[in-house]
Ligand binder design. Structure first.
Ligand code: AMP
Length: 524
């Protein structure tokens, strides 16, 4: 396929109406391509000029790109329209340039690549290089298209992505015909953790799970951690896959008491006060941000861990084993003081008692888990349900207005948005200036300024990146926003540095909460 043809394909995908039509189109072109074209096709569609695993990326900054676009050079020989593969190989060559005047050589090669493209093609290439989402296609959509094209289940492809964490590797393995079931995880490469569905009562949680008995675990208000143990020592990763080992030296030390040669464990880091009761989450976050002065903070904010799952142990991937099997394995290798408290096979009344105890001890609530549940990487399924005192929503900030009076000079009134899985976009469901401290307003202003995509003077719109946990009083129907909903009395509870925008609440969550309100209230 010529790059020119690829651009036509992109335009067609962009013009497709629904997400399903887009996925259908992506799949139909996949079938027509040579297998070796799969990798660039998939990477380019998702805004990756080179493999997403490549350290340092393409190594071309905005300035170099603009210069190359303005001054394309048409090579004397071989100046015809390049193929998709040629473009990709040239980009790989650019990324691989090292040493003296590599920057100039990168620019030179990019200019001669640009010289072989039309103006429109250059713009498309530039948007791939900048990783701009021009066609509204997300990783999940491309994974589904791969499944369709190969006539294998979406679950299998998703699982492969979850285990390897890179769209490049998935495309490459599938193009080579590797059976996804034969692929395992890699130590020290963090996996996306399993999540729970929110419930307001224990009864509702049992209904979500569809069982009458389940494991009831304490739900800690802490920081999700994934511990990797192997011959290169202990590494700790956050929920959004960052290496946070340095922030938690004591957890590294505690992990040395775990009896495993190789393991990947799932749990929560919790901050405890002097009497052993949990400290509010904000203290833990403070600890997490202060990487430079960890020692000082270690005494004032001691952190411990509560582990609740084991994903991989001494050569065996355990995600398809039932919860109860994994829990038994976990208990055999982890000292009890580091285990999450659980009542196994609990009935409704036992789980309710556990819930009251947990809240009484200062914890957030409970997680109810099906005893037979597999570990579904990165998904919020119906195997785990979380019961919290009060439901909150994780929303993404997509815009902000400049403040007045005391908040002058700060971007302080935030547009909160939920993800719409059908359009692939974020839709506003509310606005708030409540909940943050002055320090946080300043921090937010700095972050948001870096993310601006449109400046309208009194307000800006930003790239959806910052997630906040929001308290609210009610979900109302509202014509004000395109989503059709608006949160009443929204208030930011905390900035969720540990969550990525893909983990935000969806429009379906909002609708569910809206509908549920009528179980207690009358409809007009
Ligand atoms: P939420 O942040 O409200 O979406 O709740 C999910 C989070 O609860 C997980 O990501 C964990 O960080 C945390 N959590 C605390 N205790 C548990 C537990 N026993 N099992 C699973 N997750 C837990």
């Amino acid at each position: 396929m010529l790059f020119r043809e690829f651009v036509e394909v992109c335009k067609r995908i962009r013009a497709a109406k629904g997400i399903n039509e887009k996925i259908g189109l992506i799949a139909s072109y996949l079938k027509r391509l040579d297998r070796e074209e799969w990798v660039p096709y998939i990477l380019f569609l998702t805004g990756n000029p080179v493999p997403d695993t490549l350290e340092g990326g393409l190594g071309v900054g905005h300035r170099t790109l603009v210069k190359a676009m303005k001054n394309p050079v048409r090579p004397l020989i071989g100046g015809g329209p390049p193929s998709l593969l040629e473009v990709y190989r040239t980009l790989l060559e650019i990324a691989g340039m090292r040493g003296r005047d590599s920057q100039a050589r990168r620019e030179g090669l990019l200019r001669s690549l640009m010289g072989r493209l039309s103006r429109e093609e250059r713009e498309w290439l530039a948007s791939i290089i900048m990783g701009e989402p021009r066609i509204g296609v997300m990783t999940g959509h491309v994974l589904r298209a791969l499944a369709h094209a190969l006539h294998i289940s979406e679950d299998k492809v998703r699982r492969l992505y979850m285990l390897r964490g890179s769209i490049h590797e998935v495309a490459e393995l599938l193009a080579r015909g590797v059976d996804p079931a034969s692929v395992g995880p890699r130590l020290y490469k963090p996996l996306r953790p399993m999540l729970g569905t929110p419930a307001r009562t224990v009864t509702e949680a049992f209904n979500i799970l569809g069982v009458s008995r389940a494991a009831a675990e304490e739900k800690y208000d802490g920081f999700r951690i994934q511990i990797h143990i192997g011959d290169r020592g202990v590494r700790i990763f956050s929920r959004n896959l960052l290496d946070v080992t340095q922030s938690f030296p004591e957890l590294v030390e505690y992990s040395s008491s775990i009896e495993a040669r190789e393991a990947i464990l799932d749990g929560e880091a919790v901050a405890l006060g002097r009497d052993g009761r949990p400290l509010p989450f904000q203290y833990l976050m403070r600890r997490f941000k202060r990487v430079e002065d960890v020692e000082g903070y270690m005494d004032s904010i001691p952190v411990t861990m509560r582990l609740f799952d084991v994903i991989y142990l001494d050569g065996e991937l355990l995600i398809d084993r039932p919860y109860i099997y994994r829990r038994e394995r976990l208990e055999r290798i982890v000292p009890s003081e580091y285990l999450a408290r659980v009542v196994l096979d609990a009935s409704l009344s036992e789980a309710e008692a556990m819930y009251r105890e947990a809240v009484e001890s200062g914890h957030e609530g409970i997680m109810l888990k099906r005893m037979d549940s597999p570990y579904t990487l990165g998904s919020r399924g119906r195997y785990w349900a979380k019961v919290k005192e009060k439901e909150t929503l994780d929303l993404v900030i997509v815009g902000a207005e400049w403040g007045h009076g005391r908040r002058r000079g700060w971007l302080s009134d935030y547009y909160l948005a939920a993800y719409n899985p059908r359009t692939g976009g974020y839709e506003i469901v509310g606005k708030t200036f409540k909940g943050l401290t002055d320090e946080e307003f300043q921090y937010m202003t700095r972050r948001l300024k870096e993310l601006v995509v449109r400046d309208e003077g009194y307000r800006v719109f930003v790239k959806p990146e910052i997630v906040v946990e929001v308290d609210f009083n009610e979900v109302q129907k509202s014509p004000k926003y395109r989503s059709g909903y608006a949160l009443r009395l929204a208030r930011i509870k905390r900035i969720r540095e540990d969550k990525s925008p893909e983990e935000a609440a969806t429009i379906d969550d909002i609708r569910r909460i809206y509908e549920e309100q009528f179980r207690r209230k009358a409809r007009l």
